[in-house]
Design a protein around this ligand. Structure first.
Ligand code: GLA
Length: 418
């Protein structure tokens, strides 16, 4: 079994070497922030594992990687921070390179990252991101062109003050897409052209983009992106797409644009899931509907929040601050075996469904690489210890990874319409 041994040796040995030579900070100071922007307060002391802590045991390194296991089905990716692709965290870079074949950028391609001021474009990080993707042979995803968050106020303000007119905003958007996305051409294979434009009930979200450009702006933005980005696949991306109102709005959008001859290539279903929602059957029925409509999907921004919400702990004595924070942060040291097994089983259910609908799924991208830097450690409650991804804080594989790898051999059904 030489190949198996050599793969195992390769990726674990490299990560161990890199970890040994990296002086990683707690992550809180350097971490790029998600939305809403969370700035962690004083770094929490690293929890130590008491000798008698009831922790799920470490697992053996699997003999295959995510990219290899899912190669027959879809690309499998991770969103990376500057630490991972810029050299500050070489162990994370190695893990990404070994496990994934698709890359997304957590923050650097957002308007606030790359175009913070009217006449200032910052391409240092975006160039490094694209070069990292190319050097490691990844398919590169661009996130994001039109979104109502992490976009500086100046974008919507005219030079002398006051709200900008539609024509001038179109000019700014055209310049931004030309400068940012056009700079990389087809090297960035997918672009999230618009992110989160619908409310949960399917109505159009009230954003500055919509208010200034008008209710038909989605069609016009996609037409503009088609003209400027002929070599990239154009994506509409949103969260909670298992909710019928929002899901139907996205399907209607694609059908409408197709009828009008405007290109939109795929829909990104953000996978910011938790253990309660979406129910597996909601994931399945959503994928079924997109398959029937013959709309390719990407599962984007996938992670699994395993901690209770504030609503979940309402029964706890909230006047007792200590009890309340303990209830909100139930695994401050490690995951106990039962919780670990339940979480792994949930991942398995999700990936069995993804594989079943693989014909319609172009890629699956995790929102982060390991639990160490997941935004869910600080959102919606700061300073908790979440376990949202497949690799732990030391970048070691979790039992959830094994469960996901097992799903790779599940059966794909032909579910496309007709
Ligand atoms: C949204 C955005 C992402 C990211 C996450 C939270 O889903 O699309 O860019 O900000 O929120 O981290």
């Amino acid at each position: 079994m030489t190949p198996v041994v050599s793969v195992r040796f390769r990726w674990w040995a490299l990560i161990a070497m890199a970890t040994a030579t990296t002086n990683c900070s707690s992550g809180s100071a350097e971490r790029e922030e998600g939305i809403p922007v969370v700035v962690p307060t004083a770094a929490a002391p690293a929890p130590t594992t008491p000798a008698d802590a009831d922790c799920a045991p470490a697992i053996e390194a699997p003999s295959t990687t995510l990219a290899e296991a899912f190669a027959p089905h879809f690309k499998i990716g991770a969103a990376v921070s500057t630490a991972a692709f810029g050299g500050a965290d070489p162990s994370a870079a190695i893990l990404v390179q070994q496990q994934f074949n698709q890359l997304s950028a957590e923050n650097v391609l957002k308007w606030s990252g790359v175009h913070p001021q009217r006449d200032v474009y910052q391409f240092t990080d975006t160039d490094r991101y694209v070069e990292f993707g190319e050097q490691t042979g990844m398919q590169i995803h661009g996130h994001v062109l039109v979104w109502h968050q992490q976009v500086p106020d100046w974008v919507f303000e005219q030079d002398g003050g006051g709200t900008i007119e539609a024509d001038a905003l179109w000019q700014r958007l055209e310049e931004h897409i030309t400068m940012v996305a056009g700079r990389y051409g087809g090297r960035i294979k997918y672009w999230d052209v618009v992110n989160e434009a619908f409310n949960d009930d399917g109505s159009l979200r009230d954003t500055p983009w919509r208010r200034i450009l008008g209710d038909d702006y989605l069609a016009e933005v996609f037409a503009l992106a088609d003209r400027l980005l002929p070599d990239s696949r154009l994506v509409y991306n949103d969260y909670s797409m298992f909710l019928p109102g929002k899901r139907d709005a996205a399907i209607r959008l694609v059908k409408d644009l197709r009828e009008r001859g405007i290109r939109i290539d795929a829909v990104g279903l953000q996978g910011h899931y938790n253990l309660k929602r979406p129910y597996p059957e909601e994931v399945e029925s959503t994928l079924q509907l997109f398959a029937e409509a013959q709309i390719p999907v990407l599962i984007t921004e996938l992670d699994l929040d395993v901690l209770p919400s504030e609503r979940d702990v309402q029964g706890a004595d909230l006047d007792d601050t200590q009890a309340a924070s303990a209830a909100l942060n139930p695994y401050p040291v490690c995951l106990p075996p039962e919780a670990d097994a339940a979480i792994a089983a949930h991942w398995g259910l999700l990936f069995d469904i993804f594989v079943k609908y693989a014909d319609g799924i172009e890629s699956i991208t995790f929102w982060g690489v390991s639990d160490r830097y997941s935004w869910l450690n600080d959102w919606p409650v700061r300073g908790r210890r979440n376990y949202a991804l497949l690799f732990d804080r030391e970048l070691k594989p979790k039992s959830s990874l094994l469960q996901v790898l097992q799903s790779a051999s599940a059966t794909t059904e032909s579910v496309a319409g007709e």
